[in-house]
Design a protein around this ligand. Structure first.
Ligand code: HEM
Length: 412
């Protein structure tokens, strides 16, 4: 078995790899020399017991192949690198960790409720939240883009979607941050379980108050082929929406703004012609940022991929950050370009049944936010060094100092 550990001198399971500043070069090396490579899972601060190792898939072609072929590469044994028990997979992922046909059943039900029309109907809420987020700093002249400007914007929108009472939101956001940042620890799992318990109470309230015209109420009554979701299923889905929909969108905006600061011509172009360029620009920012670095599959049979023999039961990890820099698909992949003829990025996944359910909402949130940002703070610029998350899962700036001419708060 060819092992990147031995041949290239690193393993993607090592937290030290994710502190390196030349990660992009390492992925380029893998794309050129080892498109499908074996990585031992060494014991580390992240996973003290280590693991049984995994295949890394780094080129666009194989990432989309794996993603689209659930029969051979299933999500049903978990989508995080670390192995979980079947019960943990269901609790900490729900439909994300399901195999067809169970997945298809759940997806069909939630697709009835989270539709493009649902998102369109939220337009005013989203705009109101964007203005509120930017207004918070408008009179200050400087801020941290991550904490002070983007702040809780995506979380408030999910809170609106799920009709979470205002007074509960701060606690729920805290729990979500813990569930995500303490990744893999007991602390994270406890926070996740607390979110599920909270959701069960909220679902109960919705049922007893008869508010079945809101999102949770619609989920309670949605049926496909006579099947519906139980309260527990809906509570798990509630937790999935929070954990999947907050940090990803926040990173698209903050890391995306950092990307624009590195490409000032693109920034000016976008700002001067926002409505025409925004759709292409948002896709390109998602490609360039790749907010989610990976998800995992498990081979259901022996199969050959990228010249390697993968055994039934092996873990296969798709690196979206790498596929999104594949020069055979994207010209000048490191550069932001808003005029790509095609942009088949895998930021929302490589296609197939688990493609991001929140893509329409995420695009809308990003479009509305940047429109209001350029309107309220047109000369906002990065004013200090950016800091980045040391993570194998999220690409995100964690600190981004910015300055701008003080502005009036926008009142509409
Ligand atoms: C730019 C922001 C976002 C990015 C980059 C992103 C990325 C992804 C990716 C890569 C997957 C594929 C998982 C897989 O194949 O195993 C996914 C799935 C998912 N996303 Fe997103 N996401 C974003 C925003 C959102 C939002 C706002 C929501 C919720 C409102 C959301 C909800 C979900 C759900 C529920 C799934 C699981 C779908 C399934 O298993 O069928 N995402 N997302």
């Amino acid at each position: 078995m060819s092992s990147a550990n031995r041949e290239l001198g690193f393993t993607l399971s090592d937290p030290a790899f994710w502190a390196r500043t030349d990660q992009a070069d390492a992925f380029k090396l893998l794309r050129d020399q080892a498109p499908v490579s074996w990585h031992e899972e060494i014991p580390s601060a992240w996973f003290p017991e280590g693991g049984r190792g995994f295949w890394s898939v780094v080129r666009h072609a194989e990432v989309t192949t794996v993603s689209k072929d659930q029969e051979t590469f299933t999500s049903g044994f978990g989508t995080e690198i670390v192995d979980m028990t079947p019960e943990e997979q269901l609790t900490f992922g729900g439909m994300l960790n399901m195999h067809a046909p169970q997945h298809a059943k759940y997806r069909a039900i939630v697709n009835r409720v989270l539709t493009p029309r649902t998102v369109e109907a939220m337009s005013e809420d989203i705009d109101r939240q964007a203005i509120a987020a930017i207004n918070r700093v408008a009179e200050k002249g400087s801020a941290d883009f991550v904490d002070d400007i983007v702040g809780d914007y995506p979380a408030q929108i999910i809170g609106d979607l799920l009709s979470v009472p205002e007074e509960d939101r701060a606690k729920l956001i805290d729990l979500t941050v813990t569930a995500l940042s303490a990744y893999g620890t007991q602390h994270a799992y406890s926070a996740y379980l607390e979110i599920i318990d909270y959701a069960l109470e909220l679902i109960d309230d919705v049922r007893t108050s008869g508010h079945d015209d809101n999102f949770l109420g619609k989920l309670l009554t949605a049926e496909v082929d006579g099947e519906s979701m139980s309260d527990k299923d809906i509570a798990i889905f509630f937790a999935l929406l929070l954990t999947a929909g907050i940090e990803t969108t926040a990173s698209t905006l903050a890391t995306g703004f950092y990307g624009l600061s590195l490409n000032p011509e693109r920034r000016i172009e976008l700002q001067n012609n926002y409505e025409a360029l925004a759709p292409a620009a948002i896709e390109e920012l998602i490609r360039w940022v790749s907010p989610v670095k990976h998800f995992r599959r498990t081979a259901t049979k022996d199969v050959e991929l990228g010249g390697q023999k993968i055994k039934s039961g092996d873990k296969v990890v798709m690196w979206y950050n790498s596929a999104n820099r594949d020069a055979t698909v994207f010209d000048n992949p490191d550069v932001l370009m808003f005029n790509r003829e095609q942009n088949p990025h895998v930021g929302f996944g490589g296609g197939g049944p688990h493609f991001c359910l929140g893509a329409v909402l995420a695009r809308k949130e990003a479009t509305v936010f940047l429109r209001r940002l350029f309107q309220i703070l047109p000369d906002i610029e990065v004013s200090g060094p950016a800091e980045f998350a040391q993570s194998n899962f999220v690409n995100a700036v964690t600190k981004l100092p910015v300055s701008f001419s003080t502005a009036q708060r926008l009142v509409i």
